[in-house]
Design a binder for this molecule. Structure first.
Ligand code: ARG
Length: 459
């Protein structure tokens, strides 16, 4: 195979080296961002009289024409030209002739690729922000539509205390809020222009980096040219943020899988988001939730791959860095697909209120409130805990639920019980009493819903 930039060589490149080194098969998707970076660079070169103004104009027109060809699918990518950057530069020279050979003045592929990937990452962050918002909106709508529903709340996957289903859903709204905040904070660290760093040391040409930053919407120019071409922290952060968001989706998936099993039967997932079995005609499987849970592992893998890729690299650019792309593309694609499918699945969940009510009667979830009741009668909490524990044991042995007991049975354990004990024994009363900011009382959950909606509007 003949060489790119072959002046210095006499021999050809081994064919296997081409296969190993080409990245255009996966980095061609960076073309729109690479082109934007090149157009801004060419305009600056012209304005600064680093290249003749008419060459700059020809380059910009040529790059715009190439952008159209690429988006129309009329561009042929050539693996022999290695990557997206060289393919576009070669096409430019084919198209406009020698003027095109001036584009690469005062830059290197090192600052060029860093610029394209930062622009790409910034757009991914903006899309993810929209998708997280849409998911939060779907969860809020679902919570509002089920404000009357009380479900068992779990610790250790054991019935713990009753909560509003809306409260449970709003827990996820908070998780996705933090995910959105993490991406928003990352955005400003990503939004720094590396172009002008050239290979590693900067360039002797009188470039205007501020002008390029302005055209490309960067908030700042990089402060150190060596850092700018070697840094991939922001991609690691991107994958870490994606991994956290996937982890939240995965926990949610796990609950949907449990809740739609016949053992819980709290919810049914709509036909559009479940699949059948090739052998068992009765099956309705929660594949979407399972796949999201499974894909969480692959995004963790993307993060670990990038951390490992960077850990031994001396400054500045090393070709290893080309390996960053497939991992970060995969993390971005996976997270976005999972967010989208989840958002669509939420309205397709229906709640089986009978099964939920039946479940509320199991697990002695009134026990904490019964202990609190004895506390209001003057008993120290630890002593009350002991008494109620004995009552629960009595119920378990006799196949009874706490609300089934008579006053005489209660008084057999403590004479502090009177007939007001029955007022603490409904799920509604238990939920209503948790009446402070952040708790599950219906009034507080309605406040939380309002606050969550307000926050979504202002983000
Ligand atoms: N395809 C390369 C990458 O993604 C572009 C930068 C090449 N730079 C170099 N010095 N070989 O890393």
């Amino acid at each position: 195979m003949s060489k790119l930039w072959g002046g210095r060589f006499e021999g050809r490149t081994d064919d296997l080296v081409e296969r190993l080194g080409e990245s255009v098969s996966f980095d061609a998707r960076l073309a729109p961002w690479d082109l934007r970076g090149s157009i801004a660079h060419a305009r600056m070169l012209g304005q600064q009289h680093i290249i003749p103004a008419r060459d700059a104009r020809a380059i910009i027109r040529g790059l715009q024409a190439i952008a159209k060809e690429i988006s129309a699918g009329r561009f042929t990518w050539d693996v022999a030209l290695e990557d997206v950057h060289t393919n576009i530069e070669a096409a430019l020279v084919r198209k406009i002739g020698d003027s095109g050979k001036r584009l690469h003045t005062a830059r290197s592929r090192n600052d060029q690729v860093a610029t394209a990937v930062r622009l790409w990452t910034r757009d991914q962050i903006d899309q993810i922000a929209d998708l997280l918002r849409a998911l939060q909106a779907a969860l809020i709508a679902f919570a509002e539509a089920h404000l009357g529903v009380i479900v068992p709340g779990f610790t250790h996957l054991q019935h713990a205390q009753p909560v509003l289903l809306a409260h449970h859903m709003l827990a996820y709204v908070e998780m996705f809020q933090r995910d959105a905040e993490r991406f928003a904070q990352l955005r400003s660290r990503v939004n720094v222009l590396p172009l002008g760093s050239a290979a590693l040391a900067g360039t002797p040409y009188p470039i205007d980096r501020e002008q390029v930053a302005l055209e490309l919407g960067f908030e700042a120019v990089s402060a150190n040219s060596m850092d700018a071409v070697a840094d991939r922290d922001y991609l690691i952060e991107f994958c870490a943020n994606a991994a956290l968001a996937m982890m939240h989706l995965s926990r949610f998936s796990e609950e949907l899988i449990l809740w739609s099993s016949p053992e819980f039967a709290f919810i049914e997932i709509g036909d559009a988001f479940t699949t059948g079995s090739s052998i068992m005609p009765q099956k309705k499987n929660p594949d979407v939730a399972e796949l999201v849970r499974g894909k969480t592992g692959r995004v963790y893998g993307d993060l670990m791959a990038l951390l490992t890729l960077l850990k031994g690299l001396p400054l500045t650019y090393n070709r290893d860095l080309q390996e960053d792309k497939e991992r970060v593309f995969d993390a971005a694609d996976t997270l976005q697909l999972c967010l989208e499918v989840f958002t669509r699945m939420i309205p397709a969940l229906s709640v089986n209120t009978d099964a939920v009510k039946r479940a509320l009667r199991q697990g002695f979830m009134e026990a904490t409130d019964l202990a609190d009741y004895l506390v209001t009668k003057g008993m120290p909490f630890r002593a009350a805990h002991e008494v109620i524990g004995k009552i629960v044991l009595y119920c378990a042995r006799n196949g009874k639920a706490l609300p089934d007991l008579s006053l005489e049975e209660f008084r057999g354990f403590s004479t502090l019980f009177d007939d007001r004990v029955f007022s603490v024994l409904s799920a509604e009363a238990i939920v209503r009493r948790r009446d402070h900011p952040g708790a599950t009382a219906p009034a507080r959950v309605r406040d939380a819903l309002r606050a969550a909606k307000r926050r979504l509007r202002t983000r």
